[in-house]
Design a protein around this ligand. Structure first.
Ligand code: DP6
Length: 302
């Protein structure tokens, strides 16, 4: 019993930071994201009686993957071990959401290999238990996650946006986002963030609906800075930026091109612009390693 799935990473415009239930990975606030066409994980899962133990490709967190396989085996009422072969086409753990594409691909491939008939909603609920942001990599295009599951707000061709990722570091990060989430309540600014997010979500959803790029960009940049403000004031504090990150933020802030930045749990900068301005941005970063992404479909079997 074998299946292969491919899933995109996603970039959040309104971020998930902090969980009201750590075990169930239930977020304090809703988040909104876009799937990334050039940050893909491909995962093959095979279950068989002939495997004495679970085997996972090197470089992936095998404890978390095996726990996730156990969840799926329990639903399928089956106990065969698995061989999992997984490959990213982008640097692992560089703050590009590799856990998102990873757990989305794993969930969809393992469910298919086990012949489970699950709806998209059920797949998002399962993926969420592996990694919160993974539930947003299953539906297509522009996605909202609230509470237990995620769904598509708009298909990929709804708005011709770009996420141009400027790679600043390929090294593994010091503190994983999973651990960072656990300390969010220690920031004196966290409650303020929770109070502000509902209006910010409304503003972003309206801007998305009206394709108002200026308001959209200002809002996503505001949410990025707000999340990092919380991260940096947690105990212990989390600083994901480096000098180059800040330099790029400053450059984008000059608005010589209509573009806005957002940053996850790592130093890379995601530059959000409209398709018509792609070249203006790529020209600015000729000397850097960049990944140009368009909106794309969610996880699927290949
Ligand atoms: C900063 O989804 O990686 O990228 O649920 O522990 O796997 P776990 O956390 P994870 O957190 C992502 C945090 C973020 C913001 C976001 O993508 O919304």
């Amino acid at each position: 019993m074998k299946a292969t799935a491919v899933a995109p990473a996603n970039i959040a415009f309104i971020k998930y930071w902090g969980r009201r239930d750590a075990k169930l990975r239930l977020p304090y606030n809703p988040s909104i994201s876009m799937n990334l066409s050039n940050c893909l994980t491909t995962t093959m899962v095979e279950f068989s009686k002939k495997f004495p133990v679970d085997t996972i490709s090197e470089g992936f967190n095998s404890v978390r993957v095996i726990t996730h396989l156990d969840r799926l085996r329990k639903i399928a009422k089956m106990d065969e071990k698995a061989n999992v072969v997984t490959k990213n086409n982008f640097p692992t753990s560089a703050g590009i959401a590799s856990s998102a594409s990873g757990f989305a691909a794993l969930t969809v491939a393992a469910a298919a290999a086990l012949r489970l008939k699950l709806t998209e909603k059920e797949l998002t609920e399962l993926a969420r238990l592996g990694s919160g942001s993974a539930c947003r990599s299953i539906p297509d295009g522009f996605v909202k996650w609230e509470g237990e599951y995620a769904w598509s707000l708009y298909p990929p061709d709804y708005w011709d946006l770009r996420d141009i990722i400027v790679i600043v570091g390929n090294g593994k990060k010091d503190v994983s986002s999973s651990h960072g989430h656990e300390r969010v309540e220690t920031s004196p600014y966290f409650q303020k963030r929770l109070a502000d997010v509902p209006n910010r979500i409304k503003r972003l959803e309206t801007a998305l609906q009206e394709k108002n790029f200026k308001v959209f960009g200002e809002t996503l940049e505001e949410d990025c800075l707000d999340m990092h403000h919380v991260m940096q004031t947690q105990n212990p504090p989390l600083y994901y930026w480096n000098a180059e990150t800040v330099e790029i933020m400053e450059l984008i802030k000059q608005r010589t091109v209509p573009a806005y930045f957002t940053i996850d749990a790592g130093p890379n900068v995601h530059i959000i612009c409209e398709g018509k301005d792609e070249q203006k941005i790529t020209k600015l970063f000729k000397k850097n390693n960049i990944i140009v992404n368009k909106p794309v479909r969610g996880a699927r079997i290949i």
